[in-house]
Design a protein around this ligand. Structure first.
Ligand code: SF4
Length: 366
């Protein structure tokens, strides 16, 4: 029997919860659905819903954006990137170019795209130019990029890759000993590609109640109910509450493309630092399509910037679920969607932007 959101809420309210339970999600789509449907306010007060590392734009390291800006400004290229990325600022002197949008205003040929195929189309339409695709994203974005490479791309299409895997960030939080959450709602889109099995470590190694959710209120509430029940009964397991799209092993063809086109590497996360085995780089056979191979100098210059964040920016704390967006010192004052300081206020998947869009306008204690 399919249950409505109202019925799930009723079942959650009837659970014999005694203390506070903190449930983390690691997907910007989940956070958007939760906020826009008002699920936080509808749940009992002792259930906290914490947005975690679920926004690929927010964790894209500053040095990668800096590198993209420098290539766009100093090389005769067309640089394409997903639209959100254009407005993400880097921490440079006031008089310097601090975003791809500003680089475009200075004459760089920078174009927003919505899919990898658009990058291919632009490369085909401009055979005499290098087209650099600044591809930042999680597995759901990187798998189509890998498929695009495997299917064959024009010689003039180069990749500036900033791909990341989601689960290592959760593993890092759990391994820290102070994860800040009692239960996990795992990302439905990522699990569609990589499979439910990728998240079993949360239960097997850390005994944390877990469920994979889709994006409807019903699916999210079913996942909340599941992890709350697991928590009460002290019987954690991985519950797949998105079975219509998520299988245990995921999309095998997409994973093959990733294995052939990419290598998994240690990678830097903005404001967080290096997380082992959390990034993708292009495999050796695609070296001729790697912008970093063609222009290594910008990478070296960019690396010196690793870890820098704008003064006062708490994005790293928000991304790790250590504070709520409204607890950032700059939220709604110096940092708004019109004038963002950090990436979490730029991206549609950023928690600050989502909370702002959901009506949380004042800097406050959540
Ligand atoms: S309010 Fe702005 S500076 Fe603060 S965490 Fe959010 S995006 Fe970063």
């Amino acid at each position: 029997m399919t249950m409505t959101a109202k019925q799930w809420l009723q079942r959650i309210r009837e659970l014999p919860l005694t203390g506070k339970v903190r449930i983390m999600n690691v997907c910007g789509g989940h956070e958007r659905s939760i906020t826009m449907a008002g699920l936080r306010g509808a749940l009992p007060d002792n259930i906290e819903l914490i947005p975690g590392p679920g926004c690929p734009v927010c964790i894209c390291p500053e040095e990668d954006i800096f590198e993209a800006i420098q290539i766009a400004l100093h090389e005769p290229v067309i640089l394409v990137a997903f639209g959100d990325m254009l407005r993400v600022p880097v921490n440079v002197r006031k008089q310097d170019v601090r975003s791809l949008e500003q680089a475009r205003a200075q004459g760089a040929d920078i174009r927003p795209i919505a899919s990898p195929m658009e990058a291919v189309q632009i490369a085909r339409a401009n055979p005499d130019a290098h087209v650099v695709f600044f591809a930042a994203g999680f597995e759901t974005t990187t798998a189509p990029v890998a498929a695009m490479l495997e299917q064959g791309v024009p010689e003039n299409l180069l990749l500036l890759l900033s791909g990341r895997l989601t689960w290592p960030a959760v593993a890092m939080l759990l391994d820290s000993g102070t994860p800040g959450f009692d239960a996990l709602v795992a990302p439905g889109h990522v699990a569609t590609v990589m499979g439910a099995n990728e998240w079993r470590f949360v239960v097997d190694r850390h005994h944390i109640p877990s469920a994979i959710a889709g994006f409807s209120s019903e699916s999210l509430l079913a996942a909340f109910y599941s992890v709350l029940r697991q928590h009460i009964e002290h019987k954690p397991f991985l519950d797949n509450c998105y079975p219509e799209l998520v299988s245990n092993n995921g999309n095998q063809a997409a994973q093959r493309h990733l294995q052939h086109a990419m290598t998994v590497t240690d990678a830097n996360w903005r404001g967080i630092g290096t997380i082992p085995c959390s990034g993708f780089s292009l495999s050796e056979k695609y070296k001729q399509h790697d912008a970093r191979h063609i222009w290594p100098g910008y990478r070296d210059a960019a690396r010196k910037r690793a870890g820098e964040m704008p003064p006062g920016c708490d994005c790293a704390q928000v991304v790790l679920g250590k504070i709520y967006p409204v607890e950032c010192r700059l939220y709604g004052t110096a940092c708004t969607p019109r004038s963002p300081i950090g990436p979490c206020m730029v991206s549609d998947e950023g928690a600050c932007r989502i909370w702002w869009a959901g009506g949380a306008r004042a800097k406050q204690t959540a």
